[in-house]
Design a protein around this ligand. Structure first.
Ligand code: RUB
Ligand code: MG
Length: 416
C-alpha cells in the first residue's frame, strides 16, 4: 500500500523531465497556509490527489502525481507527468492545470502565468494550417501587415449596409472584412445572406482592383450549428472563418479546426471574454497561456492586443506574439492580430512595437474617418505604406489627403 497526502506533492529538489508539462503559477496562500503547503495542495489537486489521505495498492496505480518543484516569492513551478494527459484533448488538460485549483480554499488567489509544453503533448495537436502564410497564400499583402476592418456599429446594420461598408473598405485598401464578435445569425442580418452577399461583393472588388480580398465571417454558435456554418462558408467560396474561441470553448474550436482543414479554410480567433480570465494580475489564466492553447488547437490568427496603443487593457503583446511565432516542434506559427481602438495615427508606433508580421484591424479608426469608410481605409493603408517606407506619418500626409484628415482628427491619441 502507498499513501497519498496533500503534503506529498512538494519536492524542491525535483528537476522537471523533458516530457513534463511545466506550469508557472503565481500563488497567494490562504492566511492559515504556508506557501509550501499551498503549493503542494495545488500540485495535488491538479493531478491525482484530494483533501483526504489515500491508501492505494501500488499494483493498481499509475503514479500521475505532479510536483511543486520550485518556489520563488509568489512564483510556484509545478511539473506534470505527460501520462496524466489525454493526447489531443485541450478540455482534459485544462481540467487539470486550470481546474479545481482555481477555487481552492488553500489559496486566496492563483494565476496560471505560463506553460512549457513538451513535444509529447504538442504532437497531439494539429496547430495552425496557415498562420502568417495567409498574407501571400490567400491574400496579396506581401511583406506588409494584413489589414482588416470590422463594420461599426458592431450589430444592427442590415445585410445590405454591412456589405456596402465592407465593399468600401476593401476598395479603400483593406484585405479582410471581419464580422464583429457578437454578430452571428440575427434577424436584422442573417448569416447566410450576409455570407453570400459579402463574398459576391468580394469577387466584384477583386476583379476591379486586382488584389485578393476575403471575409472573416463569424461562424460562432452551438458546435453543430457552427460546423454547418463552416461548410456553408466553403460552399460559398470563402477562405476564412472567424470564431469567438473563449465563448465557444476549446472543444468546439478543436472541432472547427478539424472541419476547416477539410475545406482549406483559415481560422480567425476573436478572444472576447478573455479578460474574465486574464485581467486580474493575481488570479485566473494569463493571455499568454490562452494564446498558447489557441496555437495548439490550431487557429491561424488570434487577437493579442495592441502593446498599449489601443482601447483595451493589455498584457505583454510583444512577448505573446513572440511565443506564437517561435519554433514549437514544427507546429505552424500563428499570425497575431492587433485590434481595439487602432487608427492610422498610431500605426507607426504599432509596427515599431510589434513588427510587420501582424494583422492590423481597425473598426472605428476606419469608419469614424470624417470622409467615411472608403477614405478611412485609404488612410489606414497610407499609414502602413509610410511606416514601411520609414517616412513619418506627417510627411506622408503632405500628399495623401485621407491620411492628413485622419491625423487632423485623431493625431496619435490612444483612445479609452
Ligand atoms: C475593435 C473590435 C474588436 C476588439 C477586440 O473595434 O471590434 O472586437 O479589437 O479586442 P475598434 P481585442 O477598432 O472600433 O476598436 O483585439 O483586444 O481582443
Ligand atoms: Mg469587436
Amino acid at each position: 500500500m502507498t499513501g497519498i497526502e496533500y503534503d506529498d506533492f512538494l519536492d524542491l529538489e525535483y528537476e522537471p523531465a523533458e516530457t513534463d508539462l511545466v506550469c508557472a503559477f503565481r500563488i497567494d496562500p490562504a492566511a492559515d497556509m504556508t506557501m509550501d503547503e499551498a503549493a503542494s495542495r495545488v500540485a495535488s489537486e491538479s493531478s491525482n490527489g484530494t483533501w483526504a489521505a489515500l491508501h492505494v495498492d501500488e499494483d493498481e496505480l499509475t503514479d500521475l502525481g505532479a510536483v511543486a518543484c520550485e518556489i520563488d516569492g509568489d512564483a510556484v513551478t509545478v511539473a506534470y507527468p505527460d501520462a496524466l494527459f489525454e493526447p489531443g484533448s485541450m478540455p482534459q488538460i485544462l481540467s487539470c492545470i486550470a481546474g479545481n485549483i482555481m477555487g481552492m480554499k488553500a489559496v486566496d488567489t492563483i494565476r496560471l502565468e505560463d506553460c512549457h509544453w513538451p513535444e509529447s503533448i504538442v504532437s497531439g495537436f494539429p496547430g495552425p494550417q496557415f498562420g502568417p502564410s495567409v498574407a501571400h497564400e490567400k491574400l496579396d499583402a506581401g511583406d506588409r501587415p494584413v489589414l482588416a476592418t470590422v463594420p461599426k456599429p458592431k450589430v444592427g446594420l442590415s445585410t445590405d449596409a454591412h456589405v456596402r461598408v465592407g465593399e468600401e473598405a476593401w476598395r479603400g485598401g483593406v484585405d479582410l472584412l471581419k464580422d464583429d464578435e457578437n454578430l452571428t445569425d440575427q434577424d436584422f442580418n442573417p448569416f447566410e445572406d450576409r455570407l453570400a452577399d459579402s463574398l459576391a461583393a468580394r469577387d466584384r472588388v477583386e476583379d476591379d482592383v486586382g488584389e485578393r480580398k476575403d471575409y472573416l465571417v463569424n461562424v460562432t454558435g452551438e458546435t453543430n450549428e457552427m460546423l454547418e456554418r463552416v461548410d456553408l462558408v466553403a460552399e460559398h467560396g470563402g477562405g476564412f472563418v472567424m470564431v469567438d474561441v473563449i465563448t465557444c470553448g476549446w472543444s468546439a474550436v478543436q472541432s472547427v479546426r478539424d472541419r476547416a482543414e477539410k475545406h482549406d479554410l483559415a481560422i480567425h480567433a476573436h478572444r472576447a471574454m478573455h479578460a474574465a480570465f486574464d485581467r486580474l494580475p493575481h488570479h485566473g489564466v494569463s493571455m499568454r497561456v490562452l494564446a498558447q492553447i489557441s496555437r495548439l488547437c490550431g487557429v491561424d490568427h488570434i487577437h493579442t492586443g495592441t502593446a498599449g496603443l489601443g482601447k483595451l487593457e493589455n498584457e505583454d503583446t510583444p512577448g505573446i506574439n513572440e511565443w506564437l511565432t517561435a519554433e514549437l516542434y514544427g507546429l505552424e506559427p500563428v499570425l497575431p492580430v492587433a485590434s481595439g481602438g487602432l487608427h492610422p495615427g498610431v500605426v507607426d508606433q504599432l509596427l515599431e512595437a510589434l513588427g510587420t508580421d501582424i494583422i492590423v484591424q481597425a473598426g472605428g479608426g476606419i469608419h469614424g474617418h470624417p470622409d467615411g469608410t472608403h477614405a478611412g481605409a485609404k488612410a489606414l493603408r497610407q499609414s502602413v505604406e509610410a511606416s514601411m517606407a520609414d517616412v513619418s506619418l506627417e510627411a506622408y500626409a503632405d500628399d495623401h489627403e485621407e491620411l492628413a484628415t485622419a491625423l487632423e482628427k485623431w493625431g496619435a491619441e490612444t483612445p479609452r
